[in-house]
Design a protein around this ligand. Structure first.
Ligand SMILES: [Zn+2]
Length: 154
C-alpha cells in the first residue's frame, strides 16, 4: 500500500472529524475507521482481500466527505455496512477481536456455569452464581488484556 494513499485517507478522516459534531463523530466510528485503515495497511502485503477492502473503505470515506453537509440515513447505513464487512474479515481471517470481546463472552458464560454448579452439583445457587460471574469476569478481562498485549484487538 502506498504511504501517500494512507496519509491522504487519514487526512480526510481528520477533516471529517473536525467538521462533524460529537454525535455524528460517534455514529461514524471515526476512531475505528482509523484503526481499520492501519490494520488493512499492515495485512495488505499478504492479503488480496485486505487490498480490496482498503479500496472499499477509501471510496466510502471519500463519499462521506463529499456529502458531509447533508448525509442521509442511506449514507450512514452504507458506511456502517462497510465497516462491518471489513471488521468481520479482519476478525475471521486475521484473528483480530473487538475490544471487550472476551469479557462479553465470559459475562455470559460465567453466570451460566455458576448456575449449573449451584443447581446440579452443590445445590446452592446464591453462593455459586456470583462466584461463576466473578470468575468469568476475571478470565474475560485477562483474555482481553492478553489480546491487547499481542496486538490482536481491532
Ligand atoms: Zn485480509
Amino acid at each position: 500500500m502506498e504511504v501517500q494513499r494512507i496519509s491522504t485517507l487519514k487526512a480526510i478522516l481528520q477533516e471529517i472529524r473536525n467538521t462533524v459534531d460529537e454525535q455524528l463523530n460517534l455514529q461514524l466510528e471515526l476512531n475505528k475507521c482509523e484503526r481499520i485503515i492501519q490494520r488493512l495497511n499492515s495485512f495488505s502485503v499478504a492479503c488480496e482481500e485486505c487490498n480490496q477492502h482498503f479500496t472499499l473503505l477509501e471510496d466510502d470515506i471519500l463519499q462521506l466527505k463529499d456529502k458531509l453537509g447533508d448525509l442521509e440515513d442511506s449514507d450512514l447505513k452504507h458506511h456502517k455496512q462497510t465497516l462491518e464487512t471489513i471488521s468481520s474479515h479482519l476478525q475471521g481471517k486475521h484473528k483480530l477481536v473487538s475490544s471487550g470481546h472476551y469479557l462479553s463472552i465470559s459475562m455470559c458464560f460465567g453466570p451460566s456455569i455458576g448456575l449449573l454448579f449451584g443447581m446440579l452439583i452443590f445445590d446452592n445457587i446464591g453462593f455459586w452464581l456470583p462466584i461463576g460471574m466473578g470468575i468469568g469476569i476475571i478470565i474475560g478481562a485477562y483474555l482481553d488484556a492478553d489480546a491487547g498485549k499481542k496486538g490482536l484487538v481491532l
